[in-house]
Design a protein around this ligand. Structure first.
Ligand SMILES: CC(=O)N[C@H]1[C@@H](OP(=O)(O)OP(=O)(O)OC[C@H]2O[C@@H](n3ccc(=O)[nH]c3=O)[C@H](O)[C@@H]2O)O[C@H](CO)[C@@H](O)[C@@H]1O
Ligand SMILES: C=C(OP(=O)(O)O)C(=O)O
Length: 423
């Protein structure tokens, strides 16, 4: 297998215009949703050219869908008339978390689905019990043999469902399941993330009857069929956040284009502002600049509208450059401080204690060999590498490719000294 390494050297402030990619966490459920249409061709626009999308395309094709992927045009055309397999093969599903979003569509199209577990970032326990329990409440039969889960549709009927916590993919899977299940389904404690709302908007465009998105209580009236549609994926909040932090950590000015980026920043905009970063909208463009010194920060991750966990590692990288103590508390994933160990190799001063981390910022970083243990650790290391003395060599770079499209070329265009090598 090809090993990917990113090499980053400091090159001063990053300046210029950057295009924010389409959202990974909306694209993946939408590729799943496209399989719900029994005929016609679904067109997805603003598809990010990341490996998670390539894997979702591979999975859709393996299931029998005809998929045309035009990464340069950021476009997917999916014809799911023929779904010929019920098995989601482990060699693909274990490569990306978004594979779980094929459960409900394949269940509807085939009457059963066989699943051997989802991959994605290793961030601690990443249960799928809400998905299985919700499907069972709708009447599906779940058979668990070791790591293999077989789900049979049986006689699906609308039901009252409850998520113990507002799971992002759990909400999406259960909405997709309910969309073609006869009767009324009520899902309590649903996720409020903008990507979930985007998926609901696409399903609605396909003919689904869904109300309550964004309220935490979703009501779905099952319909007989869903139609292929054309849909433009929202901008990626995490990609935009990373670009904003790139401006902040180097003291440059970056203009973000690619949709109404600032609207989706939420509390991240306040946190960046508290750190001394200025974000402003000039029409459809979001300007990010950091005029003075960085200030330390206090961050608690939470489900939306709280601070997004996926931006916690990039913000931790930024905190290493803010003189003083920054406090982090990770409340979504139970093991999401892999970046702390890697930053220590670069000379950062930080401590981790369970769900809490303290960064004593303002100390100079020096380049070293580090590992992208997961996607956001990888991008956090790229950001730190922009200001670390000498060269930072980031191994396991395929993790970065999972979620950020053309990263090296987009950063190079802003003035960064970064290369992506395949070994
Ligand atoms: C492809 C995708 O959209 N990934 C995102 C999604 O992941 P994902 O949808 O996997 O995250 P969830 O919101 O489901 O999980 C959050 C927490 O709930 C727990 N849980 C979840 C489901 C379940 O059935 N049982 C259970 O216990 C998990 O173990 C985890 O601790 O939301 C996360 C939280 O915003 C983000 O970090 C990921 O980028
Ligand atoms: C955790 C993430 O992704 P996934 O759920 O796909 O592993 C992420 O995008 O940071």
């Amino acid at each position: 297998m090809t090993e990917v390494r990113y090499r980053v050297r400091p090159a001063g402030p990053l300046n210029g215009t950057a295009v924010v990619q389409g959202a990974k966490n909306a694209a993946l459920p939408m590729i799943g949703a496209a399989l719900l249409a029994r005929r016609g061709q679904t067109v997805l626009r603003n598809v990010p050219a990341i490996t998670d999308v390539q894997r979702a395309v591979d999975l859709a094709r393996l299931l029998g869908a005809h998929v045309e992927y035009h990464p340069n045009d950021r476009l997917l055309v999916i014809d799911a008339t023929d779904i010929t397999s019920s098995r989601l093969p482990a060699n693909l599903t274990r490569l990306f978390r978004g594979s779980v979003l094929f459960l409900a569509p394949v269940l509807h199209r085939r009457g059963e689905v066989i699943f051997e577990g989802a991959g994605g970032c290793a961030l601690g326990t990443r249960g799928l019990d809400f998905h299985y329990r919700g499907l069972a409440r709708l009447g599906a039969h779940i058979d668990e043999q070791g790591t293999t889960i077989s789900i049979k549709a049986g006689n699906l009927r609308g039901a009252d469902l409850y998520l113990d916590t507002p799971s992002h993919t759990g909400t999406e899977n259960l909405i997709m399941a309910a969309a073609l299940t006869p009767g009324r389904t009520v899902i309590e404690n649903t996720a409020l993330e903008p990507e979930v709302l985007d998926v609901v908007a696409m399903l609605t465009a396909m003919g689904a009857q869904i109300s309550g998105a964004g309220t935490g209580r979703i009501v779905v009236h099952g319909v007989d069929e869903l139609n292929a549609t054309e849909y433009t994926i929202m901008p990626d909040r995490m990609d935009a956040g990373v670009l904003a932090i790139a401006a902040a950590i180097t003291g440059g000015t970056i203009n973000l284009v690619g949709g109404t980026v600032l609207d989706h920043f939420g509390v991240a905009a306040h946190k960046l502002h508290q750190m001394g970063v200025e974000l402003g909208a000039a029409g459809a463009v979001t300007n990010v600049t950091r005029p003075g010194q960085l200030h330390p920060i206090n961050v608690i991750t939470d489900t939306h509208p709280g601070f997004a966990t996926d931006l916690q590692p990039p913000l931790m990288a930024l905190a290493t450059q803010a003189p003083g103590a920054s406090y982090f508390r990770e409340r979504i994933h139970d093991a999401r401080y892999a970046l702390a160990d890697e930053l220590t190799k670069l000379g950062a001063d930080l401590t981790v204690d369970g769900e809490k981390a303290v960064v004593h910022g303002g100390k100079p970083l020096r380049g070293a060999d580090v590992i992208a243990q997961d996607l956001r650790t990888g991008i956090g290391l790229v950001l730190a590498g922009l200001v670390a003395d000498g060269e930072t060599v980031i191994g396991n770079g395929t993790m970065i490719d999972r979620g950020h499209a053309d990263l090296a070329s987009r950063f190079t265009a802003l003035g960064a000294d970064i290369t992506r090598d395949e070994i």
